[in-house]
Design a protein around this ligand. Structure first.
Ligand SMILES: [Zn+2]
Length: 396
């Protein structure tokens, strides 16, 4: 919600008036020098929207504020051009409405366009979120990154490296929404107050690494006939893409990283297809390049890549992981009930490369059990398991 500064106001006063943490207000108005705010300047108040309300007989600003548990001045501030002593029946005013519910409805067919519109809606209500573009897919779809937090511990979570594991995207988006909700409302999640997490960490989220692949699984082949014919051919003539993990060119993005890539190449298919093809060379695909570039740029302290399925957490690579990895994975296992697995015969994954090049903790989390794509009936249960890991990744 936008308000306009009056003579004598301060951001600290707004924080008191709307009961929103001052840091969230500062981070929602980054272009502003807090010591130099001037009358007439626009300020964003996170976690609120200005709801239109039509004056009825007997209304006063006082009664409207009281009915909504708002201070009178919160209402006056939202209506700078309304004279509260001359309200007219039928007149429209703006009532600050605190958002206490989720904007993201994750338990549905959650495709690229839904994610993009949810990111825009969240950013509108929670302007302390920053959105960047990590890169673009083969078909030119954006790979957005959402940043939340004001701290120095840089934590990264990503989802939907694999197309038919797309449920990981709404799971991660739901967490983003719940984190925002708890911050602006000062509420806790599982007894944990989240503002300390916000102050200590900077969380980077890439909720859909493989937008073209997810679109293929959810919406079928793209309009472009050449691309469509090619992808059906790679799928052995079938238009059922439920087994498709790769990007639109038939390259498995989680086999693209320069971490013993040759070993992965030797044990995997030699041709593009629905899954496990490593590509012509490491980092040949734009989606993998985008993730590598982002990871180098951000200097993450730890990364967690969310996949389905198996209820296991992979945490090692060639004994290159630091001792901290084991401490972390034990906490992730405790809060989720998942099983820690140090290594399997698998190489060239995102977390493998991260562990190898940074010697910092990297994890592949396999959410849920069953056959991919996991059904939405599992959404709530998976979210509960993942939530513990999302939180532990920040507080540990
Ligand atoms: Zn996967």
């Amino acid at each position: 919600m936008d308000i306009y500064v009056r003579q004598g106001d301060s951001l600290w006063y707004y924080s008191q008036l709307y009961q929103v943490n001052i840091q969230l207000i500062l981070d929602s108005n980054r272009e502003i020098q807090p010591s130099q705010i001037a009358a007439g300047q626009r300020i964003r108040i996170p976690g609120f929207v200005g709801q239109s309300y039509q004056i009825r007989r007997g209304d006063s600003f006082w009664s409207i504020a009281q009915n909504r548990n708002l201070s009178l001045d919160a209402l006056l501030l939202a209506n700078p051009n309304v004279n509260p002593n001359r309200l007219v029946v039928g007149q429209n005013i703006k009532v600050p409405l605190r958002i206490t519910w989720r904007l993201v409805q994750g338990k549905q067919h959650y495709d690229f366009s839904r994610m993009m519109s949810d990111i825009a809606r969240l950013q509108n209500v929670y302007p302390f979120l920053r959105v960047t573009n990590a890169g673009n897919s083969v078909l030119g779809n954006r790979i957005p990154e959402v940043l939340i937090g004001n701290g120095s511990k840089r934590v990264h979570y990503n989802a939907s490296f694999h197309a038919n594991e797309w449920i990981t995207t709404p799971i991660l988006m739901t967490f983003l929404n719940d984190y925002c909700l708890s911050l602006t409302n000062g509420s806790s999640i599982r007894g944990l107050s989240t503002f300390p997490l916000y102050r200590q960490s900077l969380l980077s989220l890439v909720p859909m690494v493989n937008p073209d692949g997810v679109s293929l699984v959810l919406n079928g082949p793209p309009e472009n006939e050449t691309v469509s014919n090619r992808v059906i051919e790679l799928n052995r003539g079938s238009t059922d893409f439920s087994g498709w993990k790769a990007n639109i060119r038939g390259v498995d993005l989680n086999d693209q990283f320069p971490a013993r890539w040759e070993l992965e190449k030797a044990r995997n298919p030699a041709q593009p297809g629905p899954r496990d093809y490593v590509g012509e060379r490491p980092l040949s695909e734009p989606e993998a390049i985008a993730m590598a570039d982002l990871t180098r740029r951000r200097d993450f302290a730890r990364v967690l890549a969310f996949h389905t399925q198996g209820e296991v957490i992979y945490w090692g690579f060639e004994n290159l992981e630091p001792p901290e990895s084991e401490v972390l994975v034990n906490e992730f296992a405790r809060v989720s009930g998942y099983e820690p697995v140090k290594t399997i015969e698998s190489y060239a994954g995102y977390k493998d490369w991260f562990i190898q090049d940074w010697r910092r903790p990297g994890f592949t989390v396999e959410l849920g059990t069953g056959t991919n794509p996991l059904p939405l009936t599992q959404f709530d249960e998976i979210y509960e398991e993942a939530l513990g890991i999302f939180l532990a990744g920040l507080y540990m």
